[in-house]
Design a protein around this ligand. Sequence first.
Ligand SMILES: Cc1cc2nc3c(=O)[nH]c(=O)nc-3n(C[C@H](O)[C@H](O)[C@H](O)COP(=O)(O)OP(=O)(O)OC[C@H]3O[C@@H](n4cnc5c(N)ncnc54)[C@H](O)[C@@H]3O)c2cc1C
Length: 372
Amino acid sequence: MTFQDMLDKNSAEPVTVAADVADVAAKDLAPLVREIDQGLYPRDVMRAFGSAGAYRTHLPAGDAADLSQTISYMARAGEQCTSTAFCMWCQNALAWYIFASDNTALKEEIGTRVATGEILGGTGLSNPMKTFFGIESMKLKARRTEGGYVVKGALPWVSNVEGDGYFGIVFEIEGAEPPHRVMAIAHASSPGVKIVEDHDFVAMGGTATVAVQFRDVLIEDGFVLADPIEPYLQRIRAGFVLMQCGMALGMVKSCIDLMHQVRGQLGHVNSYLDQQPEDFEAALADLEAEVFELAKTPFDPSMAYFRRVVTARLKGGEAAMDAAHWAMLHQGARGYVGRGAAQRRLREAYFIGIVTPATKQLKKMLAELPAE
Ligand SMILES: Cc1cc2nc3c(=O)[nH]c(=O)nc-3n(C[C@H](O)[C@H](O)[C@H](O)COP(=O)(O)OP(=O)(O)OC[C@H]3O[C@@H](n4cnc5c(N)ncnc54)[C@H](O)[C@@H]3O)c2cc1C
């Protein structure tokens, strides 16, 4: 399929995509959620979401893009499993980077296969996103060579990446003053790239999260998305942050369901708890309204818009962690056993608060970004 075919398909079929995504979430994903929690990477489910169209409805055509549908698909998966919703975000972010760039060859060759889920991959942008907001320094350094850049350094976590995966990276040219940063796509099996699955998380084990080492890796000019990165970063950053709200919406919805699930048996005592499912239903409706409004204009360059996106992402993370806490208290011992959904959701919910931009970074951004 060419990129143009994909855009034509998007405008023709949004309803079908939603129905097919819901089907994959219910039939393929739901039965696997405990195994995913224990470390299974749901590769086939990720591909099935791709075949359903979950990674292509947000792709920009020129300066127009609408992230609403893709956020709702991530939310649908996230009602079952945050690991999978996050892997979908990684995939969607990779497609977003490629299609928001001017690299036509990359769109046609790799981008279309990412958008259908044939190629799976992710994004190593936590470190640069923290660097741009004054929290860390760049972990990947590069020098110019004929036809590309030679990159070295290491990223501690990149998710949704196996041996044949692609992922977005940012590197800094050694010795350049002022800093010169470039964004590109890397391949996990290029000469000099080493990926190692070496982590022991309390949740999110099924996210195919690897540490990546770059030992003098050649990134050819054909894989560069933006050089220098600055104007392009302005273009992609709101979409990067806003799409993460899909995980939060799915988590809050699932926690409301867990509270309702035990009302018949435990309502006589759960009614004394400070937070009831109706409280979260109201919060979810407000959050959805704001996120889906913002999702219509991801290329709005204004600071007022970006601040609204950061605020929605912050509220989403806080609502997810809060809802999971109260779902645990409503569920009681049912939620506290090894197979209990509430304890799994609670562990997953904290990921939404710590994945970049983490709650603390979002608060720093709101404190430091200009008002207009
Ligand atoms: C399951 C999972 C998947 C992730 N997937 C991705 C991804 O796909 N792409 C991506 O770019 N990032 C990924 N990350 C990283 C994530 O986005 C955050 O950057 C990370 O969780 C830390 O963010 P923070 O702002 O809370 O930083 P903090 O945790 O406050 O600080 C991070 C700093 O602490 C150091 N540190 C980390 N762990 C330890 C430790 N055990 N002991 C001592 N020091 C330590 C690090 O070197 C780093 O400098 C993932 C993280 C997790 C947990």
